[in-house]
Design a binder for this molecule. Sequence first.
Ligand SMILES: Cc1cc2nc3c(=O)[nH]c(=O)nc-3n(C[C@H](O)[C@H](O)[C@H](O)COP(=O)(O)OP(=O)(O)OC[C@H]3O[C@@H](n4cnc5c(N)ncnc54)[C@H](O)[C@@H]3O)c2cc1C
Length: 61
Amino acid sequence: MTHHLVVLGAGYAGLIAAKGAARRLRRSGGVRITLVNASDRFVERVRLHQLAAGRPLRDLP
Ligand SMILES: Cc1cc2nc3c(=O)[nH]c(=O)nc-3n(C[C@H](O)[C@H](O)[C@H](O)COP(=O)(O)OP(=O)(O)OC[C@H]3O[C@@H](n4cnc5c(N)ncnc54)[C@H](O)[C@@H]3O)c2cc1C
């Protein structure tokens, strides 16, 4: 039986949860993970002060 794990929100918590689950369940098979987010880019909020100061941020798809 295939389980489908859906993680809603790809902020800090959702991204870590989805990546952690993918790493832990990689070998178990039969698990599909879907990460749902409002945008296709991760916003590194802890670095937004750098953006405000004129330094470009990395693009994180
Ligand atoms: C400007 C700013 C600067 C910050 N700087 C720091 C810092 O320097 N250090 C620090 O420790 N903390 C900082 N924080 C706090 C930190 O960003 C939050 O504590 C953290 O982002 C919370 O993580 P989260 O995963 O719970 O939520 P979020 O990171 O907010 O993730 C929620 C995700 O859900 C998605 N989402 C929401 N609604 C929907 C929907 N209806 N459909 C699809 N997707 C949806 C959003 O797009 C987002 O990606 C800052 C916050 C802000 C706003």
